[in-house]
Write a protein that binds this ligand. Structure first.
Ligand code: FEO
Length: 174
């Protein structure tokens, strides 16, 4: 059985993942409105991935006979000055999420809840990737700052990003 502390923290994390999804959807819509279709695609994939993260945690609570209680999703920003600013906020936000995941892992360890620790390993690794990809995007956006043609090329490149379902959900479907 999950401890109340871990149950509450995972339930809160579901909300945080859905908030992240909403944030990236908002960035996608802002990019779309400004004509950056590739950037919009990149953030749209991000929105799908964040929903996967929430889904994995919901499945996990259900499998542990712990109720998922959905909470309101707080409002998100709707306007960014530049594509670079979007990626900077992405990195800042992902660092916060890494802290939340580490906190969950710490509670699971404290509880000696090995099943939860095991489930959380995927999220710990995912956060390393999330921060790295945000850093890569900041570097790319900085490289084309003030260069319209460069931005056009970058936007075309980001249009090729494809969503892949998170592996814990893919294995579940087998
Ligand atoms: Fe769900 Fe971007 O971490």
């Amino acid at each position: 059985m999950l401890s109340t502390k871990l149950h509450t923290a995972i339930n809160d994390q579901i909300n945080a993942e859905l908030w992240s999804a909403y944030l990236y959807l908002s960035m996608s819509m802002d990019a779309e409105a400004k004509g950056y279709k590739g950037v919009a695609n990149w953030f749209y994939v991000q929105w799908l991935e964040e929903q996967d993260h929430a889904h994995i945690l919901m499945n996990y609570l259900n499998s542990r006979d712990a109720k998922v209680t959905l909470k309101p999703i707080e409002k998100v920003d709707t306007e960014w000055h530049s594509v670079l600013e979007m990626f900077q906020q992405t990195l800042k936000h992902e660092k916060v999420v890494t802290g939340l995941i580490n906190n969950l892992a710490a509670i699971a360890a404290e509880d000696r809840d090995f099943a939860s620790s095991n489930m959380l390993v995927w999220f710990v690794n995912e956060q390393v990737e999330e921060e790295e990809s945000a850093r890569d995007m900041i570097f790319a956006a900085e490289s084309v700052e003030g260069d319209k043609y460069g931005m056009y090329q970058l936007d075309k490149e980001l249009a090729t990003r494809v969503y892949t379902q998170a592996s814990p959900l893919a294995s579940e479907a087998e």
